[in-house]
Design a protein around this ligand. Sequence first.
Ligand code: 9G3
Length: 567
Amino acid sequence: MRQSMTLIPTLREIPSDAEVKSHQLLLRAGFIRQNASGVYSYLPLAQKVLRKIENIVREEMNNAGAVELLMPALQQAEFWQESGRWYTYGPELMRLKDRHDREFALGATHEEVITSLVRDEVKSYKRLPLTLYQIQTKFRDEKRPRFGLLRGREFIMKDAYSFHSNPESLDDVYNKMYQAYSNVFSRCQLDFRAVIADSGAMGGKDTHEFMVLSEIGEDTIAYSNSSDFAANIEMAPVQMIYEKSNEELKALEKVETINKKTIEEVASFLKTSANKCIKSLLFKADDQFILVLVRGDHEVNDIKLKNIYEASSVELASPEETKAVLGCEIGSLGPIGASNIVVIADHAVEAIVNGVCGANEEHFHYINVNPNRDFQVSQYADLRFIQEGDPSPDGKGQIVFAKGIEVGHVFKLGTRYSEAMNATYLDENGRTQPMIMGCYGIGVSRTLAAVAEQFNDENGLIWPVNLAPFDLHLIAVNMKDQDQSALAEELYELLKQNRYDVLFDERQERPGVKFADSDLIGLPVRITIGKKAAEGIVELKTRKTGEVQEVHKEELLNTISKIVTNL
Ligand code: 9G3
């Protein structure tokens, strides 16, 4: 491709509204341009990388036995009304009306569409399992689009859906997809972890997220420093034995703690430590109030609370609600005397001896508090967020935190959609059964940004060989020079004949501009034709290592293939 013929609008300056490297560099290197907030054009270079990522995804999906189709982005409201999600999703679901005033959604995901298709076309257990996938644009009206392609309102997703007549078959496809995802992200050279995740509103139990490690990631991963345990911090289970001190149980005592509200204030005022305090928080699970107790140095994990109560929503009670239910402010809550409400505690609380807790009275706390003596709880459960340094739940090593970018998510859905939408099949006994489903997503445009985030330096992007928009950057320093332009054209043809995809910079631009653009764009190998063109000598530069070497044109193909195979 001759560079003067394509569109690669590079920028010298760093765009002020781009906060992360990948966003800055994809803009500066002329890969993307923003149309509206969270809505981008993929310019020719990005389009080529997207195609390469999509083809890796296709190969792995096809290899896992999935079959590609393409569903509409325009989805009739009736499907979403059948599943109920028309009413549960808010402004994030983009809706519109057609000329007849009929309501539609712009596809945020395709559970409803695929389920309606399969329910119409598949009737017998003999046709199962069936795994279908597409690679398509999705629309989600994010409240705060940010970081360029990492969180857009229109993005490209590979979404797959599997249909089964028994749970074992779902497990089999789930495991195949899990392996296929690992292959995809490995082939994209990404440093990723598959983590145990929370299925959120999707229902179902097993679900894993594929996270690319990155300090700009929005998710926190808890992983073991000496095993492959890894979980989204929302889900990471805490498995540890809390040793109980054998000190004498002292008599319960109510003490005045004027204006001491936080655990730190109370602990220092009472000359004790946070891990001897009981933090009491009032939550509302759907519409049931629950007093949740955790040790003072721990945090309540509301996702775990939600899953214990299988609630559709869990939130902290408001100060007004707290006052109404327990008669005092949030900073003085405690389990003693809270008789008219369910009390649930994290396992760590049970090991507290002679501890501290709120007295459910302004400016008063109890000391020498002993669980099961001074208050009862309806149950002890794993209710806290895991912390760095906690033992890994698999018993191997300790927990370390890392930030991650979610690039994939696989779910065992069960019959949540097939029951809601009556997608049934006749089993071998002629009985009507709801199909068991799985769904599997990869953020394709997000993966492109994650690669850009992981591979760059101060001069620009550094594309892995198998994802680069072109294999080689051929640069003639001065096309007005006969020797240089002749050699450049000769080598351009030679390289193309040898099946290299070449970006040929033959523009009338100053050399400095060409080299800066080349470093920004980040193709794996640059071939520069300059002063020694008459001797048939060119310069090769490897983008990743910065290594520069001069070769005679007779050696060019050998040298390039040696460089490329070692990258
Ligand atoms: C919506 C909107 C946003 C959404 C969803 C629906 C996330 C929604 C979860 C999934 C589950 C899987 C198939 C591919 C893999 C992920 N955000 N999810 O369902 F209407 Cl506005 O998308 N879907």
